[in-house]
Design a protein around this ligand. Sequence first.
Ligand code: FAD
Length: 278
Amino acid sequence: MSTSPPLGISFEFFPPNTEAGREKLVGVRDALTARAPRFFSVTYGAGGSTQERTLTTVRQVRSSGIATAPHLSCIGSEKAQLRRLLAQYREEGIDSLVALRGDLPSGMGGIGELRYANELVEFIREETGDHFEIAVAAYPESHPQAASFERDLENFARKVKAGANLAITQYFFSADAYFHFVERAQALGVDAPIVPGIMPITNYTKLARFSDACGAEIPRWVRKQLEAYGDDSEAIADFGTEVVSRLCQRLLDGGAPGLHFYTLNQADPCLRILDNLR
Ligand code: FAD
């Protein structure tokens, strides 16, 4: 695997929907700002369902002085709506985005004018030139709807070639899956950095649910051990920190250009992992 220049660490938040959640996020943001991340990012609900809350959260997080990238998904949205949002982000001085297709919640309207993330990246480039640094999603263990690993890899390469600057992966627990994906993407001509997405392990039930939905495999030995801990959240956190710290160290030692943490709006699990890294 040839290596990209180091991009450091980044942290992802979701837009809280309660006042208590917003207040808590300020403390989380401050604790993570102390680790000098390259950027924060804030998720976005498909069809624009969190449009206002994503923007409010981006403003709140950015006031730390750390660059903050809103996620933007195209499914269920019209071009006019996306155009307005891009203009608003530019006016606010935002210069990076995470561009996604997204998933349409069941029962929600039509697909919209852009069907896949590569079309969204093309649209952003057509509308705004080189203003935004664009990150896209990558799936070392394949996207759950992918026809095959090969097709998914080609679709990934297509969206990078449409104008993405970097990619962030879905989380995974197999470093080999990441290294294999990066090598295969590079063989298809992808030279953008592919940053591993890291999910700290804090709650087995939630992790199992997320992983089933997004196609991330929890290795049997990890699953069995987490199951055995039952409600013992301290044991789960200790074991989870050890497993994910080792994964991160292996990824960095193998040439990963950085780490992007899915924080779930909690600082401590990420800080414990970072403290374990060389
Ligand atoms: P795409 O790249 O469009 O791929 C979707 C599927 O279509 C894949 O199976 C792919 O192989 C196939 N495909 C792609 N292009 C084509 C094409 N041109 N022709 C035919 N098939 C094609 N979801 C949210 O709702 N909000 C978020 O904020 C959010 N943030 C995320 C951040 C990261 C880093 C990651 C990894 C995921 C995130 N997601 C988010 C989840 C994401 O929206 C879903 O995984 C979604 O199902 C796919 O989005 P995508 O951009 O990867 O889609």
